[in-house]
Write a protein that binds this ligand. Sequence first.
Ligand code: XIL
Length: 537
Amino acid sequence: MLAAFLLPATAAEASGPLRTHAEARGKFIGAALATSPLANETSYRNIAATEFNQITAENAMKWDATEPSQNQFNFSGADAIVNFATQNNQQVHGHTLVWHSQTPGWVQGLGATAMRSAMQNHISQVVGRYASNAAVVSWDVVNEVFDDNGNMRTSFWYNTLGQSYIADAFRAARAADSNARLCINDYNVEGINAKSTAMYNLVSSLRQQGVPVDCVGFQGHLAIQYGFPSDLQQNLQRFAALGVQVRITELDVRMQMPRDATKDATQATYYRNVVNACLAVSACAGVTIWGFTDKYSWVPDTFSGQGAALIYNESYQQKPSYTAVHDALAGGSTTDTTPPTTPGTPASSGVTSNSAALTWTASTDSGGSGLAGYNVYREQGTTDTQLGQSTTNSITLTGLSPSTQYQVYVRARDGAGNLSGNSALATFTTTSGPGGGGCTAVGTVQNQWNNGYVVQPVTVTNTGTAAITGWTVTFTLPAGQTLAGSWNAALTVSGQTVTARNAGHNGNLAPNGGTTFGFQVSRPSGNTQTVSGYTCA
Ligand code: XIL
């Protein structure tokens, strides 16, 4: 599909602030604001007022700020944010009512009955204060209720009240403001993975029960070293189909420091892709950036050695990421039809009986939509088959046949779906080894983050000449990594070896027929390895 990727229509239009273009597209572009620079720094205030039409309080509306002791409410910071927004004709998203973090100890120590009433009272007081304020239009009612694997987070909320605290919180918020848009918010749910699927199932079931969940927030704390969640738009769309509004609530794109021009360019592509995904989904209300200047960002304090995640530098100068957001929002009517440059010749290494690693010189993209990744193909006479996809300039091909010569090439693709020319060929021959039976399995890492990743799809192909009625794929988890979930296959683990057997519906494969399954892995922070050694029988 050729995405509707748009470029600035005229130079004059391109010169306006972000909010002007966002308004023209029917979206908001927002920033999280901190109260101290808002009170003390003119540059901070001016940019916040001029560029954005939506504001989230970075900390001032959290429980530890608004109700530090029971029933002693303090709205000084929250009011400062709301007043600023009112003065500048901006909408406020209230963040956040019920969270496991930044919540005072007195709440965490309560018994079930007292905790439920404290939660209801807090929601009633905080939401109630702004219920008739025109600037405050939406709330994160619950934040981060899932753990990284998509199970319910075992927070003090869950441990004391069980899962029912979520529905109760939404009902209390609706009772306090009948008009506010009520959201559930989380991180690592940008792509389609076990956690976002758990979120999808929860939102679907809450709405079926009549619980007033109006909106889903995708935080969007991205990092250039972990790859872009290329199915973001598809994921937003599946939530939209549940009837909820979607929004990107806390966008930042961090990098390993020091900053350089190449990292800035990659970061700009991520920002552009997020804005374009929201523009492409009509149920997406807008994008909030988690701050705007690198002078004030939670990233260096939270992710060791990383930073420069925002769209202005420490001196309030616009970065390439600003231009990317700007140009995406200012999009006129020109579609990106310029393909990326042709990648360098792939070099093979680590060739085994069923796998091989390839690296190549990266492509660049000048058409506006940005480099999205690479497809790797095998040349086999008339039809070339795609062996894998990568968001970086390297890949480990798996599920190869033993004692077989492979001639492969790479094509780059951009955010609008344009494909580059074919790279020159790399030729290698797999070693002889234990046979792979009459089928092959090829896994693609779809999305990864600091302590986990999703392999989707694992493509299982019947390479034999007869139909098969079942298949078994094995692969190896690197030491220290554990399986966190799977779909479309039954997985068992023994030591570090995982055995995946077909599900009921996808065991029958005709000759050359195929199917897919997927799984998610948890790994220790700092471990960047992914599974290897797929075999199929
Ligand atoms: C962060 C703030 O940016 C920091 O200033 C604070 O010290 C910790 O919280 N997910 C959320 C936000 O929902 O509230 C968090 O904000 C970042 C992660």
